[in-house]
Ligand binder design. Structure first.
Ligand code: ADP
Length: 407
């Protein structure tokens, strides 16, 4: 049983790189949380602060409501699984798993019980007497997990544990790790740059960019209701289509295009503050309905056409690439229609899945929230105040930098 809380956790490295800003999350017991984001966004730094391998510059970190900021790594009851899982080559699988417990002077019978239990969960029982070199990549990765499981930590931390495996094995290990997590039941934090891993494995996802949390939510919530353009573009393959354009006279005109896209009454009511402003129309490739699809009829009033420039055949799926004005567009559809490069095709927008974003703030436009009012409020803040706040922030960063250099 372990809850993990991070409240306004920050990391300022020596030299002033502010790698993590105000990281705040309450993680429930048994949750499987994924930190996902592009390289350099601060995922590993956050994980290493939780493990105690990196000092927390400021903010608070709790395990089971006990403040852990200054606890030594070994006192945190945390196990970490890395992508490079160096097993001891001269030891058997059994001894690799038992080693940490032997060091801790756990009684032999207890070690035996725990190793055999972990081996059963990991389906490694037949291999306990083998050396690592006689195992497959996936089996070795499971032994690495086993070394952590036998310790019965409160929290598992995994830093891109699958990135050294080939594509097929990675897919298999994804569901293996989820199964193992369900059986062991320990709170798990999993770092990955691979949004598919995050989507398929986690109970909740934390999407990060440039050291800031962008969104925390269940996978489908993040997929269906991304809070901004970054999240919308990062989660999902191919990425969501973004049509930059303008809303006027009840229609949306994509930049550089002669075509207009009709808007529904509901959409117009949602977007009433955005008329004549630049905005972004977001629609996922699978929510564009091809002209020959029987569902086309239903949304045909909301359709547009595109010349097919590239066709990607993925077996069951076809991705057609083209352009609408200045905007690149991809439609993803079942591989059962005859289309060739150069064809001009029609596609309809599956209205319930259309999303809209403020071009200036990049935030999603949602009911009951007006971004433009917020911008006005921020602008009207006393200029001096803004400067003072900026100075204070800079000062703080310098102070922490100095403090960490002193140590
Ligand atoms: P991610 O795991 O998301 O790829 P990291 O947490 O490794 O990102 O890095 C976040 C930022 O902190 C990056 O800009 C990286 O260059 C910087 N960084 C990481 N480690 C150090 C360090 N020891 N000293 C200074 N900067 C660092």
């Amino acid at each position: 049983m372990a809850t993990v809380k991070l409240h306004n956790v920050n990391k300022v490295y020596d030299g002033g790189v502010h790698a993590v800003h105000d990281f705040t999350i309450d993680i429930n017991d048994r949750e499987f949380i994924a930190f996902v984001g592009p390289s350099g966004c601060g995922k590993s730094t956050t994980l290493r602060m939780i493990a105690g391998l990196e000092e927390i510059s400021y903010g608070e970190f709790y395990i089971d409501d006990v403040l852990m900021n200054s606890a030594a790594p070994k006192d945190r009851d945390i196990a970490m699984v890395f992508q490079s899982y160096a097993l001891y080559p001269q030891m058997t699988v059994y001894d690799n798993m038992a080693y940490a417990l032997k060091l801790r002077k756990v009684p032999k019978a207890e070690i035996d019980r725990r190793v055999k239990e972990a081996a059963a969960i990991l389906k490694l029982t037949p291999y306990l007497n083998r050396k690592p070199r006689a195992l497959s990549g996936g089996q070795r990765q499971r032994v690495a997990l086993g070394r952590s499981i036998v310790r019965r930590p409160k929290v598992f931390l995994m830093d891109e544990p699958l990135s050294n495996l080939d594509a097929k094995l990675r897919v298999a290990m994804r569901s293996e790790i989820v199964r193992i997590h369900n059986e062991v039941g320990a709170t798990t934090i999993y770092v990955t740059h691979d949004q598919i891993e995050a989507m398929t494995m986690a109970t909740r996802i934390v999407v990060m960019k440039d050291g800031f949390i962008q969104q925390i939510g269940e996978p489908n919530e993040i997929y269906q209701h991304p809070v901004n353009l970054f999240v919308a573009g990062f989660i999902g393959t191919p990425a969501m289509n973004f049509l930059y354009g303008k809303l006027e006279n009840g229609v949306f005109t994509p930049n550089g295009s002669e075509q207009t896209i009709k808007m529904s009454d509901d959409q117009m009511s949602l977007l009433k503050n955005y008329v004549n402003h630049g905005m972004v129309y977001g629609i996922r490739p699978e929510n564009l309905i091809f002209q020959d699809d029987e569902r086309f009829e239903r949304y045909k009033d909301y359709s547009f056409s595109m010349k097919v420039e590239i066709i990607e055949l993925l077996g069951d799926i076809l991705n057609l690439h083209g352009k609408v004005g200045d905007n690149k567009v991809i439609i993803k559809m079942p591989n059962k229609y005859a289309v060739k490069v150069g064809d001009t095709i029609k596609m309809a927008i599956e209205l319930p899945y259309a999303r809209f974003f403020n071009k200036t703030t990049t935030n999603a436009i949602v009911e009951g929230h007006n971004d433009y009012e917020e911008i006005e409020v921020t602008k009207s803040l006393d200029e001096d105040n803004v400067t003072i706040i900026a100075k204070e922030k800079k000062g703080l960063a310098k102070l922490f930098d100095k403090l960490s250099k002193k140590k």
